[in-house]
Structures are given as structure tokens and as C-alpha cells.
Design a protein around this ligand. Structure first.
Ligand code: T46
Length: 131
């Protein structure tokens, strides 16, 4: 359903730097990056699964939680470091919540934005899992 990933931090007296390279830290061909920010502490986002999309999610500032559900198991993952993230497979329902003040969630995706890849109805998600 998902995998924890850690990135090398290059730190000196000036601070830290993390680099993500396709084929090394990013285990798929990268087609898109987007950022989610300015989310209120009581707001929840997501509520969908992707038919094919694979993604890497990293909180580059602040922290948030991600609920992941593959139809059988549900897990909650805390994202709270720019040097740690998760890769999320296709056909996993996700909800993001408990965004801290100043949270910036970076998402790297293996495809461009295609609304037809989204399943935004939980019952339909369960039906498609059975196929
Ligand atoms: C996901 C989670 C983690 C675009 O026009 N281009 C894009 O690349 C994206 C991601 C979204 N949009 C539009 C579609 C909607 O009109 O931006 C609006 C907000 O998207 P959405 O409601 O899907 O946002 P979230 O935060 O619920 O979900 C997003 C991603 O859409 C989704 O793929 O896995 O973050």
C-alpha cells in the first residue's frame, strides 16, 4: 500500500539540503510535482484513490497526517520531516488532515493530472477493488 522512504541530508553550518533524483530517491518516472499548503488545522483533503497514479509524499515544512486505506487495511502515517516521506501505490484511498500551521506537503507523481484517474466515491473504490 505504501512504503516509508528516507533521504540523505547534506548538512553543514549553513543548514541542510535534500536532493531527490529520479531512479534513486524517486522510484518512478517523474511527470509532475505539486504542493499543498495553507490548509486549516480542521480541514481534510483527499477522499479519493487513484486508478494508476503512484506518488511520493513529503512534508517539506510542518507536519500532517495521511490516512491510507487499501480496502482491507487502514493506516495513519505522520509526515513531519523534509528528509522522510512515503511512496503510495495506486488503488489506495487517502485522506490528509491535522495540517500544522505552515505545513507544505510536496507530492511527486508519475503522471500528469488526469481527473479520469481519480475515484472520488468510496463505494465505487470498493467495487473497483473487486474487479
Ligand atoms: C492526491 C492528494 C495527495 C490540478 O488542476 N492539477 C493537479 O495536479 C492537482 C493535484 C489538482 N488540480 C486541481 C483539481 C482540483 O480542482 O486542483 C483542485 C484541487 O485538487 P484535489 O481536490 O484533488 O486536491 P486534494 O488535496 O484533495 O488531493 C491532491 C491530489 O489531487 C491527489 O492526487 O493524491 O493531493
Amino acid at each position: 500500500m505504501y512504503k516509508n522512504v528516507s533521504f540523505k541530508e547534506i548538512t553543514d553550518q549553513r543548514g541542510s539540503l535534500v536532493a531527490l533524483e529520479q531512479g534513486i530517491e524517486i522510484p518512478f518516472d517523474m511527470k509532475r510535482v505539486y504542493f499543498i499548503y495553507g490548509v486549516g488545522g480542521d480541514d481534510r483533503r483527499g477522499f479519493h484513490a487513484h486508478r494508476n497514479l503512484k506518488q511520493l509524499m513529503v512534508c517539506v515544512s510542518g507536519n500532517c497526517k495521511v490516512l491510507l486505506d487499501d480496502g482491507g487495511e487502514k493506516v495513519v502515517v505522520s509526515l513531519n520531516s523534509p528528509s522522510k516521506g512515503i511512496t503510495v501505490n495506486s488503488m489506495v484511498w487517502r485522506e490528509m488532515y491535522d495540517f500544522s500551521e505552515g505545513c507544505v506537503l510536496m507530492v511527486v507523481a508519475d503522471d500528469i493530472y488526469r481527473e479520469c484517474d481519480y475515484i472520488r466515491d468510496y463505494e465505487l473504490f470498493q467495487e473497483e477493488l473487486k474487479k
